[in-house]
Design a protein around this ligand. Structure first.
Ligand SMILES: Cc1cc2nc3c(=O)[nH]c(=O)nc-3n(C[C@H](O)[C@H](O)[C@H](O)COP(=O)(O)OP(=O)(O)OC[C@H]3O[C@@H](n4cnc5c(N)ncnc54)[C@H](O)[C@@H]3O)c2cc1C
Length: 361
């Protein structure tokens, strides 16, 4: 299992950096994880954290997401009790009428369990819904988690395997030697390593630009409201027009309006209160629901909407990992990145997602 004393520095303690650090440490590498702020302090902490593979994804991206789902089962066992996924499935009636049948047929052909349920079946699954739709698409194998708790579980797992975690340590530049990244310039001084992983979310583009690489990245804002803990009201991720919601294991209900991004609301608190009112009218038994906080995060989205993962063209010693759906993908990307960095392997599933596609125009 030991990796001959290789030392890897990971930049970013969001869920991707935490997962990569955990998997590298599990393989026996020496790992240092740096973050300028608290763990899960950016996109990860503001994420809805729905774990899914379905809906409008081309086959290679669907396949990668499926591995993400499967790898969560492994991680749950490895981190015994510290990583908790709610595997309730997803109920979706935020779809155009004419896209439902083709979507279900396509996913059935891929072996993904999507079913169309009628009102009675929907109510049997979610009896608290006050206005269940006439039909919804149910994806049985999906889940959700608390992204901050999951990141903390991965960091604790990495630390238990010997990783060093430095919080409050900003990275400003890379150390280069003959086309190889050999370390970092940080607030704590120069740090050298055999490999550097860049998992800095939306800040990755600016850092990669310092290496002459233009990573086209959209940072799409998303607002969520988090309630105070409630008794169990919801078992599944709900996607309905203008309201998606889930209940975390700690009882908090988390909700937003859209998965697609949009303008930053002028008054986030007012938007949060509006969402709380919508949840109350959508769920019986939620009269006592109170807003605890609102989060506003930036989704790190490479320009073509797909992950950017792997080396940068023309450069050794650096591994990039930037993507939306980083919650779904974190266990798969963590394991694959460790294999590629430590074994020099090229995981075929990652071939469509290499950063080099941007250099090729
Ligand atoms: C509203 C919203 C809803 C979402 N819903 C889902 C969903 O349902 N399912 C899903 O799979 N995904 C979802 N996502 C996307 C998902 O949350 C992200 O893809 C994922 O969290 C990205 O993780 P990350 O570790 O790459 O980035 P981040 O969590 O942003 O972490 C990057 C870290 O790098 C650190 N950093 C940056 N620059 C430096 C520097 N110079 N020096 C040191 N540290 C630095 C930051 O402090 C930060 O902690 C959602 C995102 C948002 C915002």
């Amino acid at each position: 299992m030991s990796q001959g004393g290789q030392h890897v520095i990971v930049v970013g303690a969001g869920i991707l950096g935490a997962s990569i650090a955990y998997h590298l440490a599990w393989r026996g590498a020496g790992v240092t994880l740096l973050d300028r702020g608290p763990p899960a302090g950016e996109a990860t902490g503001a994420s809805f954290a729905w774990i899914n593979a379905s809906f409008r994804n081309p086959r290679p991206y669907y396949d990668l997401r499926m591995v993400g789902l499967q790898e969560y089962r492994r991680l749950e066992a490895e981190l015994a009790g510290r990583l908790v996924v709610t595997w309730g499935g997803g109920l979706n009636w935020d779809l155009e009428e004419d896209e439902i049948a083709p979507l279900v047929r396509q996913h059935a052909g891929w072996g993904y369990d999507l079913r169309i349920l009628g009102r009675e079946e929907i109510l049997a699954l979610e009896p608290r819904l006050t206005a269940p739709p006439a039909r919804a698409v149910f994806s049985a194998c999906e889940g959700a988690l608390d992204p901050v708790a999951a990141t903390e579980a991965l960091l604790a797992g990495a630390e238990a395997l010997g990783a060093e975690i430095k919080i409050g340590c900003e990275v400003s530049d890379f150390l280069l030697n003959q086309g190889r990244v050999v370390g970092l310039q940080t607030a704590a001084g120069k740090l050298e390593a055999d490999h550097v992983v860049l998992a800095a979310g939306v800040a990755s583009a600016g850092l990669a630009a310092g290496l002459g690489f233009d990573l086209p990245l959209r940072s799409s804002p998303g607002l969520l409201v988090h309630s105070r803990p409630m008794p169990p009201l919801l078992g599944r991720v709900i996607e309905s027009p203008g309201l998606h919601m889930k209940q975390d294991p700690d009882g908090r209900i988390v909700a937003g309006t859209s998965f697609g991004g949009g303008p930053v609301p002028n008054d986030p608190e007012a938007e949060g209160r509006r969402l709380i009112a919508r949840i109350k009218s959508a769920l019986s038994g939620s009269d006592g629901l109170e807003m605890e906080r609102v989060t506003l995060g930036l989704r790190p989205i490479p320009a073509d909407g797909r992950p950017a993962v792997g080396p940068l063209p023309g450069l050794t010693g650096l591994y990039l990992a930037v993507m939306h759906s980083g919650i779904t993908l974190a266990p798969a990307i963590g394991r694959f990145a460790a294999m590629e960095i430590l074994d020099g392997a090229e995981v075929e599933l990652l071939a469509p997602f290499r950063p080099a596609r941007f250099a090729a125009g």
